[in-house]
Design a protein. Structure first.
Length: 143
């Protein structure tokens, strides 16, 4: 083995050791699921379904259906509150419980508005259902 091969082997060994240390998570002490996991999950689904519903409302309004305006407004409010909730709940912020309580009201309002169109529009029905679940999860967390 020449000097060049020895240096290459040493470098490879050091790189492998560094990669192993970078992926070693044994020092983390996870105590189980996130305390806000149910809220995070349901709020995420609300955002997913809400984006589809809002797009659907906008398309229908573009075709002249003004009856979808209130639905679009309620979905927009829900999206804003659920996005903020995911941020604060994910960080276990001291403000997360207050926002979760507000999200109960926002999700119930969105649910009520989407319910008016649920029999005609799949997007509204799915948004309504996701709001129901998110409101339940938020209420359970702050109860």
């Amino acid at each position: 083995m020449n000097r060049r091969d020895a240096l290459f082997a040493t470098g490879a060994l050091l790189a492998a050791g560094a990669a192993s240390a970078a992926t070693d998570h044994s020092h983390h002490h996870h105590a189980g699921p996130h305390p806000w996991q149910a809220v995070l999950d349901t709020a995420g689904i609300c955002i997913e379904k809400g984006e589809v519903c809002l797009t659907h409302c906008i398309m229908l309004m573009g075709e002249g259906d003004k009856t979808m305006a209130a639905c679009a407004t309620s979905v927009r409010d829900m999206l804003a509150s659920c996005r903020a909730l995911i941020t604060l709940a994910g960080a276990e912020s001291k403000f997360a419980p207050k926002l979760a309580a507000l999200c109960v009201d926002v999700c119930k309002a969105c649910e009520a508005e989407c319910k008016k169109h649920a029999d005609k529009h799949k997007a509204c029905k799915e948004c309504m259902e996701s709001c129901t679940e998110c409101a339940k999860a938020c209420k359970a967390k702050v109860a």
